[in-house]
Design a protein. Structure first.
Length: 458
């Protein structure tokens, strides 16, 4: 080891050999999982319920969870840093949530009619996010779909601005330029809107204006070039599709000014940052209140849930009935019961002190990065964290093009084989902690990371 400021050059041949070893070790732990995948393929395409669950070398079939731990169907135990893409920041089977769900189930789980808990949830969200009006749905996809529809209806315009490399759900309007390739993305000053999937109708991608993250000048220029045609902008205040990418100082406030100066609305997609980066999400963290906020994931404490909040002006067409925001399961009583207890009794302001404690232990990874002179950097915010295999922190999507996929893939396998489960990814190493993680839980991650650092720099 050395404490020099230069970084080591990682031997990618060694990384590939270590990856083969880790895959073989994982296969030995997952005899039942490998067999079950073949059984599941008979009726589940790929053996899974979502395409992203097929991450190589094979799906991880989970049987149960409790607190900070989960177990797969081979009965391997893991400290959970995947947490269902950040949903379970309160921990698995939290007793207050379990009690609330059981109590509500005995009273009936669905009526397609409003129940009283929805108001309690809306009042709590209004306090956290400083927006007065709320409607509910069932996922982040539904929330961002509603945001796009509201912005178009209010302005009478069709174009929507989004950030290159951001995911806002799988509906047609925003399934554009999520992971555009270097070959397809076009120049940085005029990114090409690239359909993320087959099956999008002709012309859908052309309704999207794509700009890079952390570049307010690019957004302002795009508004000028499409004068009077952009209904609004959807942005993750912390970009989470590339690990954890923090906004530059003043960037979010500048976006709000630009949108309003051009007669457009600003929507925050806080599906991943809501309830995880702070009690009041990114609104509290960066002190910028948009016109619309989209929430989901951790809101429902593990039950399918989504929400959209807005200002008086942004929600006026829903208030007066000229725009429908609908859904059979909107405000579902089971979800609202779980969300009410989650927000008022579990993810309280005091709970976020636990995330600060957890972050303190994670700094051990930064020590390892320096000690082993790794070409990497780390970011922490609330329950979120990421290690970028890039000497400078990722600032926008195109920075990922410089990263070799093989190192973060090895990092995922390395942690998995040593009792840590985190969300897989191709070019970044990211995690979501919970309020119930212990210091020892975090230290396991840090120790595993340091062990891998030693192996790849040997």
């Amino acid at each position: 080891m050395s404490t020099d400021t230069d970084v080591v050059e990682i031997d990618l041949g060694l990384v590939e050999e270590l990856t083969k070893r880790e895959v073989a070790a994982l296969d030995r732990k997952h005899v039942r999982s490998l067999a079950y995948r073949e059984e599941a393929k008979v009726h589940l395409p790929g053996g899974v319920s979502s395409s992203w669950q097929t991450w190589p070398p094979h799906p991880i079939y989970v049987s149960r969870g409790k607190g900070s731990r989960i177990w797969d169907i081979d009965d391997n135990e893991y400290v959970d840093y995947h947490n269902g893409y950040g949903v379970m920041v309160m921990g698995h089977t939290h007793p207050k949530i379990v009690e609330a769900v059981q109590r509500r189930a005995e009273l009936g789980t669905h009526f397609a009619q409003p129940t009283e808990d929805a108001l309690v949830v809306a009042e709590n969200l209004a306090e956290r996010y400083r927006l007065p009006y709320w409607r509910f749905g069932n996922s982040g996809t539904e929330a961002t779909l509603d945001a796009v529809r509201i912005m178009r209806a209010l302005t009478g315009r069709n174009l929507i601005m989004k950030i290159e490399g951001s995911y806002h759900g799988h509906h047609d309007s925003l399934m554009v330029s999520v992971f555009p390739s270097k070959q397809d993305a076009g120049p940085r000053d005029h990114p090409v809107p690239v359909p993320q999937t087959l099956g999008l109708p002709d012309g859908v991608a052309e309704q999207i204006v794509v700009v890079p993250f952390n570049d307010a000048d690019a957004a302002e220029r795009a508004f000028r070039e499409h004068a009077g045609r952009i209904a609004g902008m959807v942005v993750e205040p912390v970009m989470t599709n590339c690990g954890v990418v923090l906004p530059d100082s003043g960037y979010l406030g500048k976006l709000k000014q630009i949108c309003h100066a051009n007669g457009a609305l600003l929507a925050f997609d806080e599906v991943k940052t809501g309830f995880t980066v702070a009690w009041g999400g990114a609104v509290e963290m960066f002190d910028v209140v948009p016109d619309l906020i989209c929430l989901a994931k951790a809101l429902g404490a593990g039950l399918p849930c989504g929400a959209i909040g807005g200002t008086d002006d942004a929600m006026r067409m829903i208030i007066d009935g000229s725009l429908d925001q609908v859904g059979t399961f909107n405000g579902n009583p089971l979800t609202m019961a779980a969300a009410k207890v989650n927000l008022t009794e579990v993810l309280t302001k005091d709970a976020y002190d636990e995330l600060e404690r957890v972050r303190g232990v994670f700094h051990g990874c930064e020590v390892a990065i320096r000690s082993y002179r790794l070409p990497a950097s780390m970011k922490l915010l609330g329950a979120k964290g990421s290690i970028d295999w890039h000497t400078e922190p990722i600032h926008e999507y195109r920075d990922l093009w410089d990263i070799d996929d093989r190192i973060p893939q090895l990092a995922w396998l390395w942690q998995l084989n040593r009792g840590v489960f985190k969300s897989p990814g191709s070019k970044w190493e990211s995690w979501t902690s919970s309020i119930v993680h212990t210091n020892d839980d975090v230290q396991r991650y840090v120790d595993n990371f340091e062990e891998m650092a030693a192996a790849i720099t040997a």
